[in-house]
Design a protein around this ligand. Structure first.
Ligand SMILES: [Zn+2]
Length: 192
């Protein structure tokens, strides 16, 4: 079982070895990565204060899983409602969605995709995701505004200079900095 709920149970299971719980958290973040996996992972390390030595604070893993769960709580009802509406539209012959919400084309792994893993919004993930969905629902265009922070976009096709979110979503991945060492340090939770 590799679904988010199954992996979240493993993260919270204090009878499992800590490295297994860490890898279960990684699976959760692969399923639910609003900034893309690497930037979401960096955010979780910082926000949940996951220490380099996991045994120093095992509850940090649970805090991170809780933060991801709150994102799912925001997105899941809307995604299900949207899927139901699309089924209805297709049944009457509407093949192309009129206005696709951010999760429709990118999946959940890029609602506010940030190509630089260390440059992403700082509020709680669920707060940012809610703001993206609200701005989208209000009719703001990703062409003219950063949906993650609301800032007016002055240079189209660039990551937001304020919060790091890229209007192209995960398609911007190839423009990410090729900073292999940087990712290694993030993975080792050496971000201080
Ligand atoms: Zn922004």
């Amino acid at each position: 079982m590799t679904s988010f709920p199954a992996q979240a149970i493993r993260v919270r299971d204090s009878t499992l070895p800590l490295h297994r719980r860490l890898y279960a958290l990684r699976e959760c973040a692969l399923h639910c990565a609003p900034y893309g996996f690497r930037a979401t992972w960096h955010h979780l390390i910082v926000s949940a204060r996951i220490p380099r030595r996991l045994e120093d604070d095992p509850d940090a893993l649970v805090r991170a899983a809780d933060e991801l769960q709150r994102v799912r709580d925001v997105v899941l009802p809307r995604a299900q409602a949207y899927a139901a509406r699309r089924r209805g539209e297709k049944a009457v012959g509407v093949r192309v969605p009129q206005s696709a919400p951010p999760w429709y084309s990118w999946g959940w792994c890029g609602i506010a995709y940030c190509p630089d893993p260390k440059h992403h919004p700082t509020p709680p993930l669920a707060t940012v995701v809610q703001a993206v969905l609200d701005r989208h629902a209000a009719g703001l265009s990703v062409e003219t505004h950063c949906l993650a922070c609301g800032r007016e976009r002055r240079r189209p096709g660039r990551a937001c200079p304020t919060c790091g979110a890229h209007p192209d979503g995960p398609a911007a991945r190839w423009r990410a900095p090729s900073d292999g060492d940087g990712w290694g340090r993030i993975w080792r939770r050496d971000v201080g």
